[in-house]
Structures are given as structure tokens and as C-alpha cells.
Design a protein around this ligand. Structure first.
Ligand code: NAP
Length: 525
């Protein structure tokens, strides 16, 4: 049986290489892109409903967390009525888009990847300005965006066409994968390009229509992604773009009877609200809504006494403080064997002291700002709690500057049940916990309501094997840091309150956006 995969020849998937900013030409390109972003500052972006531009009277703005007075973009404020219009328009467009051959949809995804590749520095510069990522982190976000487009395009070719089933005498039988309908895509701000594009493109490439409602912190990057998808050939009717408050427009989109599925990435609190709302049948609704929910984490790194301590120090420092700890995969707990606890803490503090904090457009700064004043207040609040629950051995204060800068903060002697060891802080705050032995370390690591990422540093193969079996996380890393999942290589998603374990960037992901139809025809012998 010829599948789309065999009819269309595409090169094997490879991750997009990262930009080497030590090369002068790349440094110059990034500097020029940052200037270009500055020249576009304050631009107004419309919403798109049913292919039409929509402007509202009420506006909202997005600002630069490194320089809070600098406005990045001006946006429309959608109401529940806009949500209703967008779902209705999307339902209408689904009747056409679902009939577009998979090969054509995939071609558009690949074209979008190509456009982003050509405009890589511009996208990264915008990420840097809107959500405060360093050059390297912003480039990784852009590269992951390209990866999702390339990977899901290839995956769709695999799912397209007729799939063989067990032969049955006197019948011609096969299985096809068809799209679901109207999808609501609600991403967070922390991977403003990659997660917004990943969930949107996974939905579109499988033949669904989409309403994208980005985070209020990162609408400009999302608007750029939408512009690129339109330019690549996604019909405007198939992709609606609504900006506004999550609790108003997001909520209305989720509850609409014609919404078929929700792809959400964000906090546990909002994920649970969506899960509950999606589970409730509303008048006129004729299906069970699917909810693909990727949520928070309280990720741990176990450092065993048989570990390469220096490697563990590097891994923990990078995973705890890279992008200011604002990754769902960030290491927020180091669980360290009591035999090496003091040495580890001393070395980690020395290492983290070298971390520079300041505006993210300056490549000399390893850490930029946290995303907003509200985030900053929340993190400083947790640091105050941590001051009572343990001993702050590094940081604990705001860092100098007008932006939302916080020092890398290490809190030692934290008990496993302390709030700073249990609740997601989503900032540059690491709790260091002492473990009696390896079994105790695993017990502590598993003792939160989350289960997203985890890392173990040990040279003992038996302990590594034990962790493989007993460390209950969706993404386990051995003798390496717990951040930096690569599309294809590390399908991503967590257990327990970390979400539905959808495994983005993995071979199972597109199935969340498809339903299988089994066809059996009686044939005469
Ligand atoms: P958030 O506050 O939960 O917001 C996520 C999205 O939900 C935003 O677009 C938000 O819109 C929207 N929203 C808010 N209330 C809503 C409601 N009642 N109904 C529908 N939508 C609503 O999360 P965040 O601060 O953006 O992101 C940080 C969180 O994401 C962390 O917990 C992090 O661990 C998690 N995360 C998880 C993964 C993963 O793969 N597991 C990846 C990245 C991030 P507004 O901005 O307008 O409120």
C-alpha cells in the first residue's frame, strides 16, 4: 500500500544546528536583528478571525522585561464574542482544510521552517526582547521551532494514507487517520516561538483548524509565527489568531461546544481548570473534547556520592539558572548524598557566583530578567519563604538594573517537604536537599505531585539502573542536565500533575490530533 511517506521523498529528520555566536558574522547578524526589532517597537498587530483582520477599541501591550518601559507590541483585546466568532469560523473552514491533501499541508509546514531558517536572527532577537532570553536560549527556541515544523511534517506523512490491518478473508480492510475538528491552542510565554508553533502546526498539519490564543506576555512572537505560517501558505481561515486575557477569551474558547480539542501548555493551575471545563458537556456539544495538557514541574537532580561532582555542578547550575529557571524542565531541587553534600554545595556556590545577570540583549549576561513584575514578586515571595525554610547560601535578592532581575539563588538545608521543595517557583531558585543514601534520594525525588524531568549523576551502573526503573518522570536524564530536550531525540512530557504526557517532538504526538477510522469492505471471492 503506497503511503504519503513513500510517495513523498524527504530527507531524514535532523535537528537544526545552533548558531555559534563566537563567530563574528553571527554576532553581527544578531546585533543587526536586535536593531531591527527596536525599529519595529510599538507596532500594532491585528487579530485574525475567519481570514479577516480584527481591531478592537481596547488594547493591551507587551513590554521588554529587561527594560520594562520599552513597549514591544500593541495588541487587540478579544472578548468572549470574538471567541465565539472564531470557533464558528474555524468550524466552517474545517470542512475545506480537512480535504487538503496531507502532502500539501506538509509542504506548507516545510516552507514555514524554511522561512524561519532565513529569518532566524530576527525571530531570536524578538524572543530576546519580548521574554528576556539570552542569545543562546533564544536561538535554541528558534531552532526548536524549526525542528517541530520539520518533525511533524515528516510524521504527518507517516500517518497519511491507508494503513494495513490484519487481513480478513472476504474483506478489504484498512485504517486511516482523520483530523478531529476545531482546535484551541493555548501556549505559555516561556517558549514563545517553539511551543506556540509546535502545538499550532501539529494541529494544522493533521488537518484540523486552529484558534491560537497566545500568552499575554508573548503575543508579538506568536504574531510573527502566525505571519510566517500565512506566508508559507496556511489559509487565514484555517488559523485564527486571538489576543486577550486567558481567563476570558481562553476560557470561552475552551468551553465552546464546537471546540473539539484543546492543546495547552502552561501551569498546573490553569491546566486543571481546562481539564475540568473540557470534561463538561455544554449544550449542543456532540463529542468528548480532547485535552492535551502539558503542565509544570518540580524537577530534581540527584547527585550521588559516586558522581563526577564537577560534572554534576555544571549540570545543576545550567539547569537551575539557564533562562532564569523559567523552564518547565528546570532543576529546582538538587538532592545530594550527605557524604558529598558540603563539597557539592561549596562547588555549586562558587560556580553560580560566576553567573552574570543583566539585560538579555547583552550577550555577556548569562541570565536575563524574569518575565514580568508579577513573576518577580512571586519569586521574591518564595525566596522569603526559603529564607525561613533553609539557609540562603547564594543570592536571595533582586539584581541591579531597571529590569526584572533576580540573583541566582541557592537555598541549602531544605527539608524535602518544605514549600520551596514542593511548589513550582519558576525562577532562578534552587533548593538543595540532603539524602542519606541513593534510595532515600529517589524517595525524595518522587515525593512531589509532579513528574516532568529528572537527572541522576552517578558512576555506579547499579544505581543508574535503579533510577531508570524507579525515578518516576516523563524525561529522565543520566549523567547530564535535565533541561535541553531535543525534538526527535527526547520526546517530551511529564507524569502526574505535570500533564498528560503527550510527548511533544515524539512519534506518538500527532495521534493526539487525529482519530483512527477503520474501514472494512466485503468483497466477492
Ligand atoms: P499559565 O499562566 O498557565 O498560562 C498559560 C496559558 O494559559 C496562557 O496563554 C494564558 O493566557 C492561558 N490562560 C490563563 N488562564 C486561562 C483560562 N482560565 N482558560 C484558558 N486559558 C488560560 O502559564 P505560563 O505562566 O504562561 O507558563 C508557565 C508554566 O508553563 C509553568 O508552570 C511551566 O512549568 C509550564 N510549562 C510546561 C511545559 C511542559 O511541556 N510541560 C512547557 C513550558 C511551560 P494569559 O497569558 O492571557 O493569562
Amino acid at each position: 500500500m503506497a503511503t504519503a511517506e513513500t510517495r513523498v521523498h524527504v530527507a531524514e529528520f535532523k535537528n537544526e544546528p545552533f548558531v555559534d555566536f563566537s563567530r563574528p558574522e553571527n554576532k553581527r547578524s544578531m546585533e543587526a536583528a536586535l536593531k531591527k526589532v527596536e525599529a519595529e517597537i510599538g507596532r500594532e498587530y491585528p487579530m485574525y478571525i475567519g481570514g479577516e483582520k480584527v481591531i478592537t477599541t481596547a488594547k493591551m501591550t507587551s513590554t521588554n522585561p529587561s527594560h520594562p518601559k520599552q513597549m514591544i507590541g500593541v495588541f487587540q483585546t478579544a472578548t468572549a464574542e470574538h471567541a465565539d466568532q472564531a470557533v464558528e469560523a474555524s468550524a466552517k473552514a474545517f470542512e475545506t482544510w480537512k480535504r487538503v491533501p496531507a502532502e500539501r499541508r506538509v509542504e506548507i509546514a516545510f516552507r514555514a521552517a524554511e522561512i524561519i531558517r532565513e529569518r532566524k536572527f530576527e525571530i531570536s532577537a524578538l524572543i530576546c526582547a519580548e521574554v528576556g532570553k539570552s542569545w543562546i536560549e533564544a536561538d535554541a527556541d528558534t531552532a526548536e521551532t524549526i525542528d517541530f515544523l520539520e518533525f511533524y511534517g515528516r510524521e504527518m506523512l507517516r500517518f497519511a494514507g491507508q494503513h494495513p490491518v490484519t487481513p480478513q478473508m472476504g474483506e478489504k480492510n484498512y485504517l486511516i487517520y482523520i483530523p478531529l475538528g476545531v482546535g484551541v491552542v493555548i501556549p505559555p510565554w516561556n517558549f514563545p516561538a517553539a511551543i506556540a508553533a509546535g502545538m499550532t502546526v501539529a494541529s494544522l498539519v493533521t488537518g484540523n483548524t486552529v484558534i491560537l490564543k497566545p500568552s499575554e506576555e508573548s503575543p508579538t512572537v506568536a504574531a510573527k509565527v502566525v505571519e510566517i505560517l500565512y506566508e508559507a501558505g496556511i489559509p487565514r481561515q484555517a488559523l485564527n489568531f486571538l489576543t486577550g486575557a486567558g481567563e476570558i477569551v481562553g476560557d470561552a474558547l475552551v468551553k465552546h461546544p464546537k471546540t473539539r480539542f484543546i492543546a495547552f501548555t502552561g501551569s498546573k493551575e490553569v491546566g486543571l481548570l481546562i481539564s475540568e471545563a473540557a470534561g463538561k458537556k455544554t449544550p449542543g456539544q456532540i463529542w468528548i473534547k480532547r485535552a492535551v495538557l502539558e503542565m509544570g514541574g518540580k524537577d530534581a537532580t540527584i547527585v550521588d556520592e559516586e558522581a563526577d561532582i564537577d560534572a554534576a555542578v555544571e549540570g545543576v547550575a545550567a539547569a537551575a539558572f539557564g533562562y532564569q529557571g523559567q523552564k518547565c524542565s528546570a532543576c529546582s531541587r538538587a538532592i545530594v548524598s550527605e557524604k558529598i553534600y558540603d563539597t557539592f554545595v561549596e562547588k555549586l556556590v562558587d560556580r553560580a557566583k560566576k553567573i552574570t545577570v543583566g539585560p538579555s540583549e547583552d550577550p555577556g549576561n548569562y541570565m536575563g530578567p524574569v518575565v514580568s513584575s508579577m513573576a518577580m514578586e512571586g519569586i521574591l515571595g518564595y525566596i522569603d519563604v526559603g529564607k525561613k525554610e533553609g539557609k540562603v547560601v547564594l543570592g536571595g535578592e533582586r539584581a541591579p538594573g531597571d529590569g526584572y532581575f533576580i540573583q541566582p539563588t541557592i537555598i541549602a538545608n531544605v527539608s524535602p517537604k518544605a514549600r520551596v521543595a514542593q511548589e513550582e517557583i519558576f525562577g532562578p531558585v534552587l533548593a538543595v536537599i540532603k539524602a542519606r543514601d541513593f534510595d532515600h534520594a529517589l524517595e525524595i525525588a518522587n515525593d512531589t505531585e509532579f513528574g516532568l524531568t529528572g537527572a541522576v549523576y552517578s558512576r555506579n551502573p547499579e544505581k543508574i539502573e535503579k533510577a531508570e526503573e524507579a525515578f518516576h518522570v516523563g524525561n529522565l536524564y543520566l549523567n547530564r542536565k535535565c533541561t535541553g530536550a531535543m525534538v526527535g531525540a527526547h520526546p517530551f512530557g511529564g507524569f502526574n500533575m505535570s500533564g498528560t504526557d503527550s510527548k511533544t517532538g515524539g512519534k506518538d504526538y500527532l495521534l493526539h490530533f487525529l482519530q483512527a477510522k477503520s474501514i472494512a469492505e466485503k468483497v466477492s471471492n
